[in-house]
Design a binder for this molecule. Structure first.
Ligand SMILES: [Zn+2]
Length: 294
């Protein structure tokens, strides 16, 4: 079972979250038939969105992220609840996989960096909070770090990793850490954290060694007294329903809907997030057209 743990230092200067997202990323890979590079790109974004969503205190809040770097992967979308449950998709799931000379997946090239990372926090109040930052590298984690620094003025360290087996292309391990300085943290705290981060190994390296999430936080927060705040199980979760899919017909005219249903005898719609197919009969479409006249 995937999970997120959140820790705080006893001096109240730093919060840190660590996540095992292996199942979430494997599920996304299976649902969307993702190539290795698409698995790494979307997997990192899903992990980052889940970690960021999990920090929101408002119960029904939803955090959405969109990365558009004009690379061959196309647009990447992820959306997470305040529990950290997450879903997402990518425009070109079978994007060709390229590697850096050191053998690591070249996610930055596939995502591209000529564009932006958009973040929307919807608290259900009708006034979502929107932020945007120019992409730094397209590697996702650095872009999230830059987002926090520039859009929210929160000094942040974000590290995300997806390990894909070379031969089979299957997801082996995925995870992430998100560490933030709280207001009032001293310069001494900041320097100590920075030194720790320099020594921190990649997330999937730590996971492969068998380190647990608490171990990962303790390593990042070496020299601080650490208290575990909470632990949340998280999973790939899609909130789609026939009703919600029907709501998306709102932008289609009566005439176009009737033409659609008359040409095939039904209207089919597929959820981008989970590929679930919804079928609407002729009478359901007529009922919908009637209902929106009111
Ligand atoms: Zn769905």
């Amino acid at each position: 079972m995937d999970k997120i743990i959140r820790c705080i230092t006893k001096d109240g200067g730093i919060v840190a979250s660590a996540m095992d997202s292996t199942k979430i990323v494997a599920t996304a890979q299976e649902l969307h038939k993702l190539s290795p590079i698409a698995t790494a790109g979307l997997g990192r974004l899903l992990t980052g969105a889940s970690l960021m969503g999990n920090q929101m205190k408002q119960k029904k809040a939803v955090l959405s992220m969109r990365v558009d770097g004009k690379g061959p992967l196309g647009v990447l979308i992820a959306s997470a609840t305040s529990e950290g449950n997450v879903r997402g998709f990518v425009q070109n799931p079978n994007c060709k996989t390229e590697y850096y000379p050191n053998g690591k997946l070249n996610v930055g090239k596939a995502v591209g960096r000529n564009g932006y990372l958009y973040v929307v926090r919807d608290y259900g109040t009708g006034q979502p909070y929107k932020g945007v930052v120019q992409l730094v590298s397209g590697e996702i984690a650095e872009d999230i770090t830059s987002y926090y620094a520039n859009s929210e003025q929160i000094p942040t360290v974000c590290a995300l990793g997806v390990l894909v087996e070379k031969g089979s292309g299957k997801t082996m391990l995925a995870g992430g850490v998100l560490i933030q300085l709280l207001p009032g943290a001293t310069m001494q705290t900041a320097v100590k954290l920075e030194n720790n981060i320099k020594k921190l190994e990649p997330v999937t390296t730590m996971m492969a060694k068998g380190m647990g999430l608490v171990d990962m936080c303790r390593t990042a927060l070496d020299g601080f007294e650490v208290e575990v705040l909470d632990e949340s199980p998280v999973h790939y979760y899609c909130s789609c329903s026939k009703d919600r899919v029907q709501q998306s017909f709102a932008t289609i005219s009566d005439e176009d809907l009737r033409n659609l249903v008359n040409s095939k005898g039904k209207v089919e719609a597929v959820c981008h997030y989970c590929n679930k197919k919804y079928t609407f009969t002729k009478s359901e479409i007529e009922n919908f057209i009637e209902s929106r006249k009111k």
